[in-house]
Design a protein around this ligand. Structure first.
Ligand code: AMP
Ligand code: MG
Length: 530
């Protein structure tokens, strides 16, 4: 076994993106349209007083970094953007995207600066990317910075998602910059000074649907082909050398990965909030944690994003359809390489739409502990989805507590379900009758599969998490952090490491949302201001 790395200068970099793709020849760091290039060289803006708030040791492990190096002063300097370690090359990439259904033109890494591609001992590639390290040519009218609250949210949630088994970008570090950043959190003319922070995100690549869209929109077919070929060779080498047939295989793979990611979001109750095509990873990773949220009461119409509250384009129950829309935009972008539309439509249909439908049903059956799927299960599942919405029911607690109802008894005891509702006054006779009817059907179904209670419980608890980054839990950690107390961030990072194993001393992290959090900003509603 190779030893851990004790200085950042000993990391091995192989920066394929900057080496193999065309660079922006303009060197001024000014907002502009970048034509004929995939990226611009740009250094992070130095900051006054970097201080590491937290790091994820699992991500440090991926990079073979020792914990000592993560605790060093140099780590804070490098991951705040004050120093490039040996082999690092700093660059921001060019992409476009559809925002809320409208083509928005060039967007790009406006507050993300890549530091290069680490090759670890296992020869895996990991791109490092600072979020909030200052302006780039893609910053448009913004400052390129990030505040503590949104950085805590990205850091904790991306790691929680990983431990939940949801494909995601990772977060190595959360560093305070010692600088102030001005934000008008509610866009209501009340700008405040907030503490600046930088998260170092880590992923095999940060390539988005919008990277392909920008070159297609500009009719730059040379660059489009170059970028697609590069992506296939670096991110999808198993598909073989790029060719028309491989482009189709690649699109099918992106469809499958996207379907898989969305099924996971629906499983755990995650609402991304801003599924614009620039926020869709080509690797099917959850990316760009902005005004995301976690379902409390199961509500298909819920979105945490105040900017999208009226229309609800990206609400919980629409995420699957919006991913399909986004994939259709990706397909549009690559039509020039394939010169036919039909095969792309057929792939979208088979590898996304049908695949999602099957995978979703399977996932729901697993949430109920069913070892297989039968024809009647669809009705059982859809009726449950309806039942969960008739009264405000905590999604996470419902599935955990359902596992505790002993279904082997003819007269089963439903007391485990007592404390999972937000408005107990809604629990009238009609509801209780519907619930009982549904539970009886569920019980019959379990009899058919002859699954033991112990097995059912085990299956359910392996797929239904108990500890998720509830909006109010993360907000409490942010409140303390803003006062200089980072202990709750460390605690949550730890709690979210084992989201499926119930521990009696962690009961407070499994509790449903307290009433005070219902209308509190950051808990029930979030803006894009971060
Ligand atoms: P989002 O939808 O928040 O992921 O971001 C959309 C676009 O806005 C991307 O190009 C981002 O890089 C850019 N952006 C968001 N926040 C900032 C910021 N504070 N400074 C510069 N660019 C930003
Ligand atoms: Mg984004």
């Amino acid at each position: 076994m190779k030893t851990k790395i004790n200085t950042l200068d000993a990391l091995t970099f192989d920066n394929r993106f900057v080496r193999e793709l065309p660079v922006d020849l303009e060197i001024k760091n000014e907002t502009r349209q970048v034509m004929g290039a995939c990226y611009s060289n740009v250094l992070p803006t130095p900051v006054r007083e970097p201080r590491t708030v937290a790091f994820a040791k699992e991500v440090a492990d991926l990079l073979n970094l020792s914990e000592d190096v993560c605790e060093s002063e140099d780590f804070a300097q490098v991951f705040a953007g004050n120093r490039l370690a040996k082999g690092m090359e700093a660059y921001a990439t060019c992409y476009g995207g559809h925002q809320f259904g409208e083509w928005a033109g060039q967007l790009g890494d406006g507050r993300a600066i890549n530091l290069g591609e680490v090759v670890n001992h296992q020869k895996q590639y990991w791109t490092l990317q600072l979020k909030g390290a200052g302006k780039t040519p893609y910053s448009r009218r913004s400052d390129g910075l990030a505040v503590l609250r949104s950085s805590v949210r990205e850091f904790l949630c991306s790691e929680a998602m990983h431990h939940l088994g949801v494909p995601t970008t990772r977060a190595l570090s959360l560093v305070l910059t010692g600088e102030h950043v001005v934000r008008d959190m509610f866009y209501d003319g009340n700008p405040q000074h907030e503490q600046g922070a930088v998260v170092c995100r880590v992923a095999p690549s940060f390539t988005r649907f919008g990277h392909f869209q920008i070159f297609a929109a500009r009719d730059d077919l040379t660059l489009l082909k170059q970028f697609v070929d590069f992506t296939i060779r670096t991110d999808f080498p198993e598909l073989g050398e790029p060719s028309t047939a491989v482009y189709l295989k690649w699109f099918a793979e992106v469809c499958r990965r996207t379907a898989d990611m969305i099924v996971h979001w629906q499983r755990v109750g995650f609402v991304h909030g801003v599924m614009n095509t620039d926020n869709m990873s080509i690797l099917g990773l959850t990316i760009d944690y902005g005004p995301y949220g976690w379902l409390e009461n199961f509500d298909l119409d819920w979105t945490p994003n105040t900017t999208d509250a009226d229309i609800g384009r990206y609400r919980f129950g629409k995420q699957a359809r919006m991913a399909s829309w986004n994939l259709a935009q990706l397909a549009n972008a690559i039509i020039p390489l394939i010169q036919q539309i039909k095969p792309l439509q057929a792939i979208l249909d088979e590898h996304y739409i049908q695949n999602f439908r099957n995978a979703w049903s399977k996932m729901m059956a697993e949430k109920l502990g069913l070892p297989d799927i039968q024809e009647t299960d669809e009705a059982l599942i859809y009726d449950l989805v309806a039942l969960l919405q008739t009264v405000e029911t905590d999604m996470t607690l419902f599935f955990r507590q359902l596992a505790k109802v002993d279904m082997s008894q003819i007269e089963f005891d439903i007391s485990p379900l007592e404390d999972i509702y937000y408005s107990p006054e809604q629990l009238d006779e009609t509801y209780e009758h519907s619930r009982l009817e549904w539970l009886k059907r569920y019980q019959q179904r379990l009899h058919q599969s002859e699954i033991t209670e112990a097995e059912r419980c085990k299956r359910m608890n392996a797929t239904n998490p108990i500890y998720v980054p509830r909006n109010y839990l993360v907000q409490l950690a942010i409140d303390a952090a803003e006062q200089g107390d980072f202990s709750e961030i460390h605690k949550l990072l730890d709690v979210f490491r084992s989201p499926y194993d119930e521990k009696s001393n962690l009961a407070k992290y499994a509790a449903k949302r307290p009433d005070w959090a219902k209308e509190r900003a950051g808990c029930s509603m979030l803006s894009c201001s971060s």
